[in-house]
Design a protein around this ligand. Structure first.
Ligand code: PLP
Length: 426
């Protein structure tokens, strides 16, 4: 029998972040009755298997209404498809209606989740060993993990309570350059970030675009939670303010439709100039990478998402009113429960303007051992913030998620957490 030494495999296989996430999944399996303030997935009860059939039928009816032959309809759903996908025009329309983002359909690449969009963008942009990407610290593990798989170094930019500060991005970009490396792009979650819940102020959005121009950076903007603000305030996407094609927008339908479709996209309207002067959109250039990663995104899954877009008049904001109200109520329930259960000065938390997450700062080490005790003896799960820091940090902080629970469970879960913290301190 062939045996492989673990240390002969690529470092991404033994990635500490992946190990942390495995630990979390494993503990959730061992204590299935525990209330999970760790799970950041959308609320299950919004989904119905019958929707898949309905939306698929809506998409097929749309193709037929456009006088497409039956053979072409069949091919569109069941054959290999165009590498960059078939929803470019629909997604471009949705981006304009919901976000005020104006891009050509040709600048859209439909991907297998936002995750693949990150991988393709990273692979295309990081050309040599000197290329690095900047990202907020703490940050989204899907992005740092993708970079690790590809061997692209991520340089952390410390995030403040008010989000990424443009001056900090500029400073880190200059330090990187001074060290002989090239800061190629900045990855940023503009609204209600995972894990911190913080958002960029409008001033910071404009500031980041200026820094990107000054420091010659591209921005990878990821906004899966933007629809789920606690109020209706307009929070302009960086891409909607981008007059200079500095921003590559990474899109996900995981929260706005359902994660099981595994459909996302990127909007890359940058012009790429070849040595012979030939000009193409970056989305087109990147299609070579896409074709070698997943050939094309499942046309069946695209058809379902297409059906959703047709059915909602290309406004996911309109389609998501019930979910928006639900997640608003849950975040309010979480913050209210924290206020009720943690009354002393020793514990504090932030107040995100929306999204699925908040951060609790506690006077005890919030590590894997405490999580084990929490799950076993108190019946509540949460995520140590230390899992999300590249440069070390978050030892006394907890990410709380409120997306997958009912308000009553949130109240009970926070009560259990308060008991854990009080007993651990004592
Ligand atoms: C910051 C961020 N980006 C993207 C995603 C979703 O990616 P995908 O569309 O691959 O499910 C998530 C989901 O957890 C996320 O938190």
């Amino acid at each position: 029998m062939v045996e492989l030494a673990r240390n002969t495999l690529h470092t991404s296989v033994t990635d500490p972040v992946a190990a942390s996430m495995n630990f979390l999944n494993e503990i959730a399996e061992r204590f299935p009755a525990a209330i999970s303030l760790a799970a950041g997935r959308p609320f299950d009860e919004f989904y119905d298997v019958a929707d898949v059939e309905r939306y698929l039928a809506a998409y097929v009816a749309h193709l037929r209404a456009g006088a497409m032959s039956e053979a072409r309809v069949r091919q569109s759903v069941l054959q290999y498809g165009r590498t960059n996908g078939q929803l470019g025009a629909m997604i471009a329309r949705m981006l304009e209606i919901d976000e005020g983002i104006r891009v050509l359909a040709e600048s859209i690449m439909v991907t297998s989740g936002c995750q693949e969009a990150m991988i393709i963008a990273l692979r295309g942009l990081a050309a040599g060993p000197e290329d690095v990407v900047l990202a907020a610290d703490p940050g989204y593990v899907g992005f740092t993990g993708a970079a690790r798989v590809l061997g692209v170094p991520v340089v952390p930019v410390p995030e403040t309570a008010h989000g990424l500060e443009p001056a900090a991005v500029a400073r880190v970009a200059r330090e990187v350059r001074a060290g002989g490396r090239r800061p190629r792009a900045l990855y940023v979650v503009s609204n209600f970030a995972n894990p911190s819940g913080v958002s960029l102020s409008e001033q910071a959005r404009r500031g980041l675009l200026k820094v990107a121009a000054d420091e010659d950076l591209l921005i990878l903007e990821d906004d899966p939670y933007g629809l789920f603000g606690s109020d209706d305030r307009h929070r302009p996407a960086l891409k909607s303010l981008d007059t200079d094609q500095r921003v590559i927008y990474l899109g996900s339908f995981a929260k706005s439709v359902f994660p099981g479709a595994r459909v996302g996209f990127l909007a890359a309207d940058q012009v790429v100039v070849a040595a012979d002067g030939h000009r193409r959109l970056l989305a087109d250039e990147l299609s070579t990478v896409k074709s070698m990663v997943t050939v094309n995104t499942s046309p069946i899954a695209q058809a379902v998402i297409g059906g959703v877009l047709i059915s909602c008049g290309y406004s996911l904001r309109a389609a998501n009113q019930e979910k928006i109200a639900f997640y608003r109520r849950n975040l309010a329930a979480l913050l209210a429960a924290l206020g009720r259960h943690f009354t002393g000065p020793a514990v504090s938390w932030n107040t995100p303007g929306g999204g699925f997450f908040a951060v609790l700062r506690v006077p005890v080490r919030a590590d894997e051992q405490l999580l084990e005790v929490s799950a076993r003896d108190y019946g509540v799960l949460w995520t140590p913030m230390s899992f999300f820091y590249a440069g070390g940090g978050g030892s006394h902080a907890i990410r709380l998620s409120c997306s997958a629970l009912e308000p009553g469970q949130i109240e009970e879960g926070v009560g259990r957490l308060a008991a854990l913290i009080a007993d651990t301190r004592a």
